[in-house]
Design a protein around this ligand. Structure first.
Ligand code: AMP
Length: 511
């Protein structure tokens, strides 16, 4: 028998097996009406009410429903219920500027746009055929009185979500995730992390980012409780771990640095000692962070490696039995590698040292971008754009980045996009944007500028010029001025030369 692997399965099982359990706990401060704690039965019932509402609006199978929201129970509902009806969910980064959001809504052709009330005023002019706020308006939209139309021909190869990600082009690309991609990621991830109905998951990751690494599906399908966290804050994370008995969290190294900082001022015993497992990715965590997480928090440190394009799970590094007796430093060193391929994934490096992957979590393609899709999947392998090595035991280590992308606080920034904006300042003759290592952000967006003849411009002028045009986290945190930029014989800026002085002494060229 062959039953299509669709994301319907996760909420359906949550309702059947764990219907009475509180499945999702929203923020108490959410705009009215607050959802407080929702049982999985209630989440499923609300999901059907959303599907029925979309039926009523005439949104068909395959059509896109976009949502811009901070982490919220309603965003989780959209991720669980919209693809389950055969429609496509497009969760958009809430930190983007209105113009960036507008581009994405237009590019994916969303007919419905859902907007977090907190973002209502800043996204004022962004429109779609139907736009609703995710507070009161969303509640009024829900149709509890009619059953939704079932998805007539469920197809595991149909697109479930489109996740826009900044890459090597000025505009973000829409990563098309199929139901099969999400299913395999969720199940494999759950298996490797041994998720069970005893787990309590705190959403320390933004849910829009690669659908919260697909973990909302894992947690729902296996009956784990999900606690919404709207804004990342180290002390608040510790408080939630204590209050809700959290056992699993995921996030970029910057999140764990914030927790470590907060732990130094924490009164009493750190909550979750010997209970919490954290999953880290987005950038290579320094061994020092790993050792501190284990020693100062007593939390289990796990690393994964992957991309939005791979759902994201490619490799995983869980502390193995063999590490139990190692000295902390040696143990941290082992855990600082990106990990070994997850079950069903194959990894190799190309001649130029680029990390390549094959597996069922690899994207179908980029939305309406056949050239980028062909390039990414050339030769039947997915090209990650990351440089790295694979040792005899199959452990992948990421050592540099081949693609022109900066990762700051776990979010991708396209250098080219920032260069375009800086260059649009009339006093800028030339610009190169690079990432430089930074303790807090991992990498810091830095612009190297050559001023046009006869012109004058300051760092503050450039920062002010960028404000409003691109998301705040993409704006250079530092601007340096040079007389000229190193170029190749063909006139191409040699970014690696510009980067050299900043990365001197570093073991690897990513942070
Ligand atoms: P995104 O698609 O925004 O999730 O970003 C994916 C990128 O994050 C990858 O291509 C890597 O450059 C980086 N990344 C993710 N996980 C790791 C990791 N464990 N170690 C090093 N870099 C990572």
């Amino acid at each position: 028998m062959r039953v299509p692997l669709t994301t319907r399965d996760f909420l359906e099982r949550a309702e059947l097996v764990y219907g009475d359990r509180i499945g999702i706990v929203d923020e108490p401060t959410q705009p009215a009406p607050s959802l407080g704690g929702l049982s999985y039965r209630e989440v499923a019932r609300r999901g059907r009410a959303l599907q029925a509402a979309l039926d009523e609006l005439g949104i068909g199978v395959g059509e896109r429903v976009a949502i811009v929201s901070h982490n919220a129970a309603r965003l989780l509902e959209v991720l669980l219920a919209v693809p389950a009806s055969g429609r496509v969910a497009v969760p958009i980064n809430f930190r983007l500027s209105p113009e960036e959001v507008e581009y994405i809504v237009g590019h994916c052709g969303a007919r419905v746009l859902l907007v977090d009330p907190e973002l209502e005023s800043s996204l004022g002019h962004v429109t779609a055929e139907h736009r609703f706020g995710t507070g009161e308006e969303y509640e009024q939209l829900l149709r509890f009185d009619v059953e939704p139309r079932p998805w007539a021909e469920p197809d595991e190869d149909a697109t479930a979500t489109i996740n826009y990600t900044s890459g090597t082009t000025a505009r973000p690309k829409g990563v098309q995730m199929t139901h099969r991609n999400l299913w395999i990621n969720a199940v494999t991830f759950g298996m490797h992390m041994q998720v069970s109905d005893r787990d309590v998951y705190l959403h320390t990751l933004p849910m829009f980012h690669c659908n919260g690494w697909g973990l909302p599906y894992t947690m729902a399908g296996l009956g784990a409780q999900q606690i919404v966290l709207r804004k990342v804050d180290g002390a608040e994370i510790l408080r939630r771990v204590e209050e809700h008995g959290v056992t699993v969290m995921a996030g970029a190294p910057a999140v764990w640095n914030a927790v470590l900082e907060a732990a130094a001022d924490w009164d009493g015993e750190i909550p979750g000692r010997d209970r919490v497992r954290i999953i880290v990715a987005g950038a290579p965590p320094p061994s020092k962070t790993i050792a501190r997480v284990e020693a100062e928090l007593g939390w289990e440190f796990n690393q994964i490696y992957g991309l939005t394009e791979t759902a994201p799970l490619l490799t995983i590094n869980r502390p193995r039995a063999e590490y139990d007796d190692l000295e902390p430093e040696e143990r941290a060193k082992r855990l600082s590698r990106a990990g070994v391929p997850a079950l069903g994934t194959r990894m190799r490096t190309s001649e130029s040292g680029e990390v390549l992957a094959q597996g069922n979590t690899v994207l179908a393609g980029y939305w309406e971008n056949p050239d980028a899709s062909a390039e990414a999947l050339e030769g039947g392998w997915f090209h990650t754009g990351d440089g790295g090595t694979i040792d005899d035991g199959g452990y992948v280590t990421i050592s540099d980045r081949k693609k022109d992308v900066i990762i700051t606080g776990g979010e991708n920034v396209s250098s080219i996009e920032v260069e375009d904006v800086v260059f649009s300042h009339p006093a800028v003759a030339e610009v190169a944007v690079i990432g430089v290592p930074d303790d807090k952000w991992g990498e810091m967006v830095t612009a190297i500028v050559v001023v046009a003849e006869g012109e004058q411009v300051t760092e503050a002028d450039i920062v002010a010029h960028c404000r409003g045009k691109i998301a705040g986290y993409k704006i250079p945190k530092r601007v340096e001025f040079r007389d000229e930029l190193a170029r190749t014989a063909t006139g191409k800026i040699q970014k690696f030369k510009l980067r050299e002085s900043f990365w001197e002494g570093a073991e690897r060229q990513v942070n």
